[in-house]
Design a binder for this molecule. Structure first.
Ligand SMILES: [Zn+2]
Length: 454
């Protein structure tokens, strides 16, 4: 974990914005305190009681199969909405998936359960943060609809975390909009998340960030010891497009390969997590996902949105996608007794703190540029003004080119849109600009494009 070593200068008339020892937002502290391991355990045990949540399993039964599971998830989310004044809007997102062998040879009706908490600041409401877990499960054979497939950890853990976040966060107000999604058909080919991400892209929804929580509940290692030391956050670097657009090439030419929006998001999650959930450090992994595996953040990345995956430190492969059985003294299967509910609660607290910071902060600044007009050892940055009424100003951040996390910052007032960092050369450091609100919430940083004209 890298702490944020800030060299903050007070500029302008009495300007004092947040530094390393930033005062904590009482609302975010309250949210993380309200997240309950007991609720997460109850949700996972209920999900397991449906026997299987295979995407093609029974949809008519009241107590078995994916239909019963999604009806129960929806009714729970509706209860949270009633308990919080009805602002949480709960709905099914149902669609027909055409045949796609081998995992959906006949096609299927696929249903995501979506709970939206609209933002309360008009200037920020159209900015959307999505958090997902997948509620479908599977056993060993991908087309086996009947075998017990408890899916307590994969992905009962992520589903329970997202539902608990919806319950707790819907009691609070945020400037931007939060969308809590439990998706189906992850195991059949990421179909539920792909549908949501593609639809959002087609409608021009401003998805400013997406988190998926998938397999966030096992802490038991093969040797019988527990590892609760961190949560992994998988964060892709350069978008792996067949042809790179001009703006991506420009960023690569200036050494910005580690500063695309997903990595800026990961920096924010790591630093906000350290502030509010110090007992569970975030370990950022510079990679889209694990080898041989996929997740619901991928369709969002492919649609051009910033997206990360949260996963436990060390996975137990005897308990994922396995039929429940004992073989040579080893218990196989994704059972609740192997799930660490307190650990999931801490993961959910990191999610909550980062989401609350993002949805309270202004949008990241637009049009951020670094002047590359003449040879010099100063660094001049400029950007377009933000429009939020609670904007306090901007934070110029920088770090050594080999450092993972921001090391220095200067805060400037809200009427400033061009600033020279004297004596610090852009040749030797990576710069970024964040927008900060009056309560100290900061946006993810933006990497500057070079500007050739004065
Ligand atoms: Zn999964």
């Amino acid at each position: 974990m890298i702490s944020r070593l800030l060299s903050v200068l007070a500029l302008g008339a009495g300007l004092t914005l947040a530094a390393a020892d930033a005062p904590k937002d009482p609302q975010i502290q309250q949210i993380t305190a309200e997240i309950s391991p007991a609720n997460i355990e109850a949700t996972i045990r209920k999900l397991v009681s449906f026997k299987t949540r295979h995407t093609l399993s029974d949809t008519a039964s009241a107590d078995t199969g994916i239909g019963a599971a999604r009806n129960w998830i929806k009714s729970e989310l509706e209860r949270y909405s009633r308990e919080s004044g009805g602002r949480l809007v709960v709905e099914f997102d149902a669609f027909h998936q055409p045949p796609s062998p081998p995992r959906l040879p006949q096609g299927a009706e696929i249903v995501n359960v979506v709970a939206t908490l609209p933002g309360t600041q008009p200037e920020s409401r159209e900015r959307v943060y999505v958090i997902s877990g997948h509620y479908d499960s599977r056993s060993l054979a991908i087309m086996d609809l009947d075998t017990f497939a408890p899916g307590a950890n994969d992905d009962g853990s992520g589903t329970a975390a997202v539902m608990e976040l919806a319950r707790v966060m819907s009691k609070h107000q945020f400037d931007a909009t939060l969308v809590f999604v439990t998706v189906a058909a992850e195991e059949q080919g990421l179909n539920g998340s792909t549908h949501w991400a593609k639809t959002a892209k087609e409608k021009g929804v401003n998805v400013a960030a997406m988190f998926t929580n998938d397999i966030v509940g096992n802490t038991l290692r093969e040797d019988g010891t527990h590892d609760r030391s961190h949560v992994r956050v998988f964060a892709e670097g350069v978008p792996p497009l067949p042809t790179l657009p001009e703006e991506v090439l420009t960023q690569l030419k200036t050494g910005g390969e580690n500063d695309f929006p997903t990595r800026q998001l990961a920096r924010l999650i790591e630093s906000v997590g350290a502030r509010y959930v110090p007992q569970l450090p975030v370990k950022v992994i510079y990679r889209r996902d694990r080898y041989l595996r996929g997740g619901d953040h991928s369709p969002f990345l492919d649609a051009g949105f910033a997206a990360v995956r949260f996963t436990e430190p060390r996975e137990a492969f005897t308990r994922q996608h396995e039929n429940v059985r004992v073989e040579n003294g080893v218990q196989y299967g994704d059972l609740p007794e192997f799930v660490d509910f307190a650990y999931i609660a801490d993961v959910a607290r990191v999610d909550a703190a980062a989401l609350a910071e993002l949805a309270s902060a202004p949008a990241s600044p637009h049009g951020v540029e670094v002047e590359a007009i003449k040879l010099e050892n100063d660094t001049t940055l400029r950007w377009e003004p933000n429009t939020e009424p609670d904007l306090a100003g901007y934070r110029i951040v920088w770090r050594d080119t080999t450092a993972p996390q921001w090391e220095h910052a200067i805060d400037v007032a809200k009427d400033v849109t061009r600033y020279t960092v004297a004596g610090i050369s852009k040749d030797n450091e990576i710069f970024g600009v964040e927008a900060v609100d009056t309560a100290g919430h900061a946006s993810p940083a933006v990497y500057p494009k070079p500007r050739r004209q004065p």
